[in-house]
Write a protein that binds this ligand. Sequence first.
Ligand code: PEP
Ligand code: MG
Length: 316
Amino acid sequence: ERRAALAAATGPGATSDGHRIPLLVNIGGPADVPAALDAGAEGVGLFRTEFLFLDDSRNAPSEEKQTKAYRQVLEAFPEGRVVVRVLDAGADKPLDFLTPADEPNPALGVRGLRTLLDHPEILRTQLRALARAAEGLPVYLEVMAPMVADRADARAFADACREAGLRAKFGAMVEIPGAALRARSLLQEVGFLSLGTNDLAQYTFAADRQVGAVSRLQDPWQPALLDLVAISAEAAKAEGKSCGVCGEAASDPLLACVLTGLGVTSLSMGAASLPFVRATLAKHTLAQCERAAAAARACESAEDARAAAQAVLSGE
Ligand code: PEP
Ligand code: MG
């Protein structure tokens, strides 16, 4: 199966009946670009910019340093799509100079966009660096914020992007159940959604993603998580906007089919998973993916949801 998957490792992502699902990669910086290009990625669906901030424990990287790194990534995908996530510090990604040390529950504290709204100069520098990096390039830049909780968060981020003179589409990550439930209202402020299923699972089931003892609850096949994906994708469709997935869920070929059936519009994953996801999607029609999604949502557990989707997709 591995060999068959690698043989089919070219071309854009699509179901067997031609429904397009762009397959994008998650990267941490320019060093990840060669593997992304080898895998035939159509662009970047999640550029985790935190890694640029790890070299210096006291300061944010300069605008020049950031501009250079962003430009390197943007240049690698001419005409392609690159979705950059602004700094997501805190909780599982603490930064000494930004993350409060005294919070009892860091995952529920000041992290992600909350950190940036408390430190507007850091957000401004990052957005200006992105604007400069994209200057004169044909690439389609999208910039998104992590941990958007509500419409006010989405508006604050969009305002910051406009103020920085960024000519890009602004989006919100859906990682908090409240944001998924009100996806349509977030979309009054931003142009696209991207589901971060790792954090969305963590917050949906109140199960810390760093605590192995509760890892059962991190399973993205859980029907309640699939419900939140469906709500977000339906909201985006109603608003004529896109809703991708960039959490680990997208890297499971079977789940990728289910996510497609739920209505998500792109999938972003580690480069190593991309050929397998592409090959599996290419074996099923959109209608089969939709039936698999409905079967999974009708179940009461992650195990049953997976088995039900598998049964539909293998034609049992
Ligand atoms: C997520 O939460 O699913 C996500 C894509 O972001 P990260 O894993 O970097 O928190
Ligand atoms: Mg996240």
